[in-house]
Design a protein around this ligand. Structure first.
Ligand code: PMP
Length: 360
């Protein structure tokens, strides 16, 4: 059996070493005679798995005790509602920056709960750039400022952390968390669906400054109340135990790779190789302002859309999988998360070179 290079945007490729460890431990986790999947979430064994995962994540990302780390469910999409319910207060307004499909979804959901001020938008450019922060019409009294550091579908990524002064900064890091060094202290809240850089789906990690807890509106569903989840060690109900365990294996793997600094260097190298190739080859194009090109998701088009099907078929035949762009935008997209080895990028470039030679 040989593993393919899977460029899916999510659920995404996982480190092979992690899958092998999970395989070894699948039937009998460390002599317990059972799989992690079968354990009570209240057992000493699972509690130790959960606590170790949190400790390793705190070490990796430098998360201080001023922050709670929550392992929640419902995906990043349910956070689009959970965040305003917990942080907005009764009559406040929140600032949002609109840079693509995911920020638009976050905005639409927040509008159900209160006033949303779209402080800046790059929609006029077709979401190919990030508006300069000097042009943002932010509200100094906003309950928080929400932005999307990496737009997974558009392949558009901030190269700066917005300055929000005393207003808590909230970031949807679903597709960029742990891909490079991170200064958690600049944020009020960070959230990320797990299925890209953390582990399997079923889990969403929330890192929230503790002074922001306890402010949820009274109608907030219990399962969406950060204070309740924090007070119960993310075990108010049955958590996504197996996803949590696998996330823990991924955190250990990241530490072994040298942590976020090493990941950042590798990810920058992989992305610049692929963008460099696209820029040098007339057959391929990427529409994003070069300053804001995503390291994680690289969309590209072929010179002739009619060749898309053939391109994908040839790629599949070589074990280069899931290169079709999101259904809303078409074209191609190669996702290069932490677990995509540089050899995958090399194999993709080799195939793209040959395809352009034959069909260009
Ligand atoms: N935000 C971003 C930036 C995403 O990429 C995604 C998923 N692709 C989501 C939110 C939604 O995540 P989920 O499917 O976990 O709800």
């Amino acid at each position: 059996m040989s593993r393919a290079f899977n460029f899916c945007a999510g659920p995404a490729t996982l480190p092979e070493a992690v899958l092998k460890q999970a395989e070894t431990e699948l039937l009998d986790w460390r002599g317990t005679g059972m799989s992690v999947m079968e354990m009570s979430h209240r057992s000493d064994e699972f509690v130790s798995i959960a606590e170790t995962a949190e400790k390793d994540l705190r070490e990796l990302a430098g998360i201080s005790d001023d922050y709670a780390v929550l392992f929640m469910q419902g995906g990043a999409s349910s956070q689009f509602a959970t965040i305003p319910l917990n942080l907005l207060g009764e009559n406040a307004e929140a600032d949002y920056v609109s840079t693509g499909i995911w920020s638009k979804k976050a905005i639409a959901e927040a509008k159900r709960f209160g006033n949303v001020n779209v402080a800046a938008s790059s929609e006029d450019s077709g979401f190919t750039t990030i508006p300069d922060q000097s042009s943002w019409a932010t509200n100094p009294d906003a309950a928080y400022l929400h932005y999307t550091p990496n737009e997974t579908i558009g392949g558009l990524e901030y190269d700066f952390v917005p300055e929000s002064g005393a207003v808590p900064l909230v970031a949807d890091m679903s597709s960029t968390i742990l891909s490079r060094p991170l200064d958690v202290s600049k944020y009020g809240l960070i959230y990320a669906g797990a299925q890209k850089n953390i582990g399997p789906s079923g889990l969403v990690v929330v890192i929230v400054r503790k002074d922001l807890l306890g402010k949820a509106r009274k109608e907030t569903p219990t399962m969406m109340n950060y204070q309740v989840i924090a007070d119960n060690g993310s075990m108010y109900n049955t958590p996504a135990t197996y996803s949590w365990y696998l996330a823990g294996l991924v955190f250990k793997w990241l530490k072994e790779q040298g942590g976020l600094q090493a990941m950042g260097e590798m990810n920058a190298r992989k992305a610049s190789k692929l963008y460099g190739f696209i820029d040098d080859n007339d057959f391929y194009a990427n529409p994003i302002d070069p300053r804001f090109r995503s390291w994680m998701n690289v969309p590209f088009t072929l010179a002739d859309d009619a060749l898309n099907g053939e391109f994908l078929q040839g790629a599949n035949a070589r074990g280069l999988l899931n290169l079709a762009g999101h259904r809303s935008v078409g074209g191609m997209r190669a996702s290069l998360y932490n677990a995509m080895p540089e050899a995958g990028v090399d194999a993709l470039i080799e195939y793209m070179t040959e395809f352009a030679k034959e069909r260009g």
